[in-house]
Design a protein around this ligand. Structure first.
Ligand code: NAP
Length: 298
């Protein structure tokens, strides 16, 4: 018998992840704060619960994918939270991106009830969630990961055990540092070329394949040249993640000057109401400083 899976949070990521769990043959119970967002999964065969607690009562493995640290605390530890319904021996798997420290606190609270926890944040965006190709970065005990692996296999392609509870989140935040600094370097290179009067498409073609090449240059730069700032990953979520990075760094007396600078620059996007655009809209801040726009054919 496959394990019974519960899923809390049916947003951009949670809903397609739930579909893939159902497709893989796991019985699924779901809950979402805005209950209408559960309709599609109900039609696909999921059972809809009235609270996170009720999800836990009906599941062996309970997945949460909500927004930020206080939201995970609420659905897991709150009045009607998972902790009040979870059976001894069940597993909570938080796949949201949240604070490593809060993750450890939640894991400790669950451990007291003999409930295991994995932090398992993801990268790959909505596309990866729909196609079941997410990267999953796991913190927690190795045997617990092995128990949950068949469910992860339904949602992701690369599943890496990073270490103990909190380390999945540490890995995800390291990922975000690299993402934003790649975006910043791409933005400055493109704006420099534009300000100098170069044909930016030709510059891009020339530098993509060399030492400057990056995922950002391959995937975001062509969109910038088309002035298409539709999000894969929104500025608002990127800022939420950088805030988590800055808090964790502060606790370690760790200087991250590049990340701090990018966080400050992206505040300008938020001030201009651009926080629903893709995170590569960072280029607009550099453009504004330069008084030039990056475009395709000159
Ligand atoms: P989203 O579309 O905004 O969905 C957020 C979900 O969380 C919604 O179901 C929302 O319920 C629920 N929620 C938020 N606060 C809650 C609370 N206090 N109590 C109960 N439910 C609450 O976000 P998403 O894009 O799916 O992202 C979810 C997580 O995955 C985030 O931590 C994000 O950083 C991470 N992530 C996202 C991406 C991406 O590309 N989108 C990629 C990697 C990781 P309602 O429907 O009622 O609002």
């Amino acid at each position: 018998m496959p394990e019974k899976v519960g899923l809390i949070g049916l947003g951009i990521m949670g809903k397609p992840m739930g579909k893939n769990v159902l497709k893989a043959g796991f019985p699924l119970t779901v809950w979402n704060r805005t209950i209408s967002r559960a309709d599609e999964l109900k039609e696909s065969g999921a059972r809809v619960a009235n609270s996170p607690k009720e999800v836990a009562e009906n599941s062996d493995i309970i997945i949460t994918i909500v927004s930020d640290s206080p939201d995970v605390q609420e659905v897991v530890l709150g009045d009607d939270g998972v902790i009040h319904g979870a059976r001894s021996g069940s597993v909570v798997v938080d796949m949201s991106t949240i604070s490593p420290q809060v993750t450890r606190e939640i894991a400790n609270a669950l451990r007291e009830k003999n409930v295991d926890m994995l932090d398992a944040p993801v990268s790959g965006g909505e596309k990866g969630a729909m196609e079941g190709t997410l990267s999953i970065m796991v913190g927690g005990d190795a045997p617990v990961l092995e128990r949950v692996r068949p469910v992860f296999d339904a949602m992701g392609k690369r599943i890496v055990h990073i270490g103990e509870n909190g380390m999945g989140q540490v890995c995800k935040l390291a990922n975000q540092i690299a993402v934003v600094l790649n975006n910043l370097s791409m933005s400055e290179a493109l704006v420099f070329a534009a300000k100098s009067g170069a044909d930016v498409s030709k510059v891009l073609e020339a530098i993509q394949a060399g030492a400057a090449g990056s995922w950002a240059l391959n995937n975001y730069a062509p969109k910038i040249l088309r002035r298409d700032f539709s999000p894969g990953f929104m500025v608002s979520l990127q800022q939420k993640d950088l805030k988590l990075v800055m808090e964790a760094a502060r606790d370690m007396n760790l200087s991250l000057p590049g990340t701090a600078l990018t966080y400050e620059l992206q505040k300008s996007l938020q001030a201009h109401g651009l926080d629903k655009e893709g995170n590569f809209a960072l280029v607009k801040v550099i453009e504004q400083l330069a008084g030039v726009k990056v475009k395709g054919e000159s």
